[in-house]
Structures are given as structure tokens and as C-alpha cells.
Design a protein around this ligand. Structure first.
Ligand SMILES: C[S@@+](CC[C@H](N)C(=O)[O-])C[C@H]1O[C@@H](n2cnc3c(N)ncnc32)[C@H](O)[C@@H]1O
Length: 271
């Protein structure tokens, strides 16, 4: 939009609802300052190298159940990616930081031996400024699953060694601020079972092709130095991945000319 056209609404909101301007400035400054950090410290000014989803999962064909297509959840393709990665492990041990309605962990429970969820309790959610309505849907799809253990705790204060366990696949999808992603990342690197273990971070992008710089900065600052060259964006998803497997990569150049197309079958039922 032309600058002139912006000035009038800007001044209007500055005087009538300054919080709108402050919030939008805060978001822009946060994105830009974390982008500068990633560029200057790691040289990834255009984002992490991108792996082609179909190189990572050549015969990509997953069914995802219990998708609400509502706010606060992962894209079906993100959950399908997690399912396909879990299937690469015999008796997959899955850890998830951040479970709300339980859409991701429900699907992972179908392809894992055991799933562990670490997520805020209802009381902690309220203390974080969320509402009773948010707490009502907590673990809707995952609360009664026999191979899922729910730990209700803030990941920033949780003693991860108390888990006494290592994992094949870890999904980081809790608090998406820089500080929290950094802390969660530091903690989960100590929980990898072996050389084949994988970490997936959600919200690496805000939309498929819009990089989410606070999350990227948190991932990089929380990772051990030797892991940095094994962290990538996964194309066509909102996810980043840590994997020791080697892949050809490209740098995201939005808008991407599509090199693949997906078939989506969708059906709904009332619950
Ligand atoms: C984007 S939602 C996760 C959605 C989830 N993957 C699902 O399918 O249900 C983020 C969740 O992380 C939780 N969360 C936010 N901050 C957290 C923290 N510091 N520790 C643990 N959980 C946190 C929130 O309560 C929320 O339930």
C-alpha cells in the first residue's frame, strides 16, 4: 500500500486505539530483530536450507483423523509428516511439547508404541491469560488413549531428566516465543535416543512460505553447534526438522513454483 494511504489509518489508530499500533509495531520489530540475529550470527538470512518433502518421505501417503480445521492446530500435512516419520522407527517413542485439543498426538498414537505429552495444565493456561473456553477443549482427542501419557507442566520449568526416557521423534509445538523455543530446543536435544532420532519444530513458518524468525532464532540458539548443519525446513509444511540423514537442499524463494501436487480426500462427521 502507498505510504500516503497508510498515514491516515495510522494516525487514526494512534490517537484512538494506540494498543493496535503498538501491537503491530511489536510484532514487526520482533520478527525483524530475530531475522537480523539469524542473518548475522548464522548466515541464514533467507531461512534454513529446505528439504523437499518427497525426498524425506518418497511415498508420502498418510491419512489424518480428527482434524478440526480450527485455530491453534497443525496443518493436516504437518501431522501427516509426523506420522510418516514415526513409521520410520520400529516401536516409535514419541514426545510432544504442546498438546491442546490433542489432534497431533491422537494421530501419532496410531503409529507409535508410546506417546508422551508435556503441556500446560488448565490452571497454568488460565495463568497465561487464556480462557476457560480454551481449557475446555484440552486433550479432547487424546485424553483416553492407552498409549499416551499426559504430563501437565510448563516446559520452561519442567525437569526433563525426570522423564527417564529417550525418544525417536520429538515434536516441539508449545510456546512459540524465541525464549521458549530456545529452552525447549536445548532440553529436547538431550532426549534423542540415537543417530536416527528426529526433532520437528512447528511454526517454523507462519504460513507455508512466510518465515517465522523468532522460532528460527530460538531453534538455532537452542541447538548444539554441531547440530546446526542438520536442521532444515521441510517444504510444503510449517515445520523444521533435525535429522542426521543427508539431503539435497534449496533456499526458499517465495513464491515457489510448485514441483509437486497432493491429493486430498476430506470428509467430516459431527462429534
Ligand atoms: C499450538 S498448541 C499445540 C497443538 C497441538 N499440537 C495439538 O494438536 O493439540 C500449543 C499448546 O502448547 C501449550 N503450551 C504453551 N506454552 C507452554 C509451555 N511453556 N509449556 C508447555 N506447554 C505449553 C498450550 O497450552 C497449547 O496447548
Amino acid at each position: 500500500m502507498e505510504r500516503k494511504k497508510l498515514i491516515i489509518p495510522f494516525l487514526k489508530y494512534l490517537f484512538t486505539k494506540p494498543s493496535v499500533i503498538l501491537k503491530s509495531l511489536h510484532n514487526s520489530v520482533t520478527q525483524q530483530s530475530r531475522k537480523d540475529l539469524v542473518k548475522n550470527k548464522y548466515g541464514f538470512g533467507k531461512g534454513l536450507p529446505q528439504i523437499n518433502l518427497l525426498d524425506l518421505i518418497p511415498s508420502f501417503n498418510e491419512e489424518v483423523e480428527n482434524c478440526t480445521h480450527l485455530d491453534g492446530t497443525s496443518m493436516p500435512i504437518d501431522i501427516a509428516l509426523l506420522k510418516a516419520l514415526a513409521k520410520k522407527h520400529n516401536n516409535c517413542e514419541y514426545l510432544e511439547i504442546g498438546t491442546w485439543r490433542g489432534e497431533s498426538i491422537y494421530n501419532l498414537s496410531k503409529v507409535s508404541k508410546h506417546c508422551t505429552s508435556l503441556s500446560l495444565s488448565n490452571k497454568e493456561m488460565i495463568a497465561f491469560g487464556l480462557t476457560e473456553k480454551h481449557t475446555k477443549v484440552q486433550r479432547l482427542f487424546s485424553k483416553n488413549l492407552s498409549n499416551v501419557t499426559h504430563i501437565e507442566h510448563n516446559s520452561l520449568t519442567f525437569n526433563f531428566s525426570s522423564l527417564n526416557k529417550k525418544f525417536d521423534l520429538i515434536f516441539v509445538d508449545g510456546d512459540h516465543t524465541y525464549e521458549a523455543v530456545k529452552s525447549d530446543t536445548k532440553n529436547v536435544f538431550n532426549l534423542l535416543k540415537d543417530e536416527n532420532s528426529i526433532i520437528i519444530w512447528h511454526d517454523y513458518t507462519r504460513n507455508y512460505e512466510q518465515l517465522n524468525w523468532p522460532v528460527i532464532a530460538g531453534i538455532l540458539d537452542g541447538s548444539p553447534k554441531e547440530a546446526i548443519n542438520h536442521i532444515y525446513q521441510v517444504s510444503n509444511t510449517l515445520c523444521a526438522i533435525y535429522t542426521k540423514q543427508k539431503f539435497n537442499t534449496v533456499i526458499l524463494d517465495s513464491p515457489t513454483f510448485p514441483d509437486k501436487a497432493f491429493t486430498v480426500s476430506i470428509s467430516g462427521k459431527k462429534i
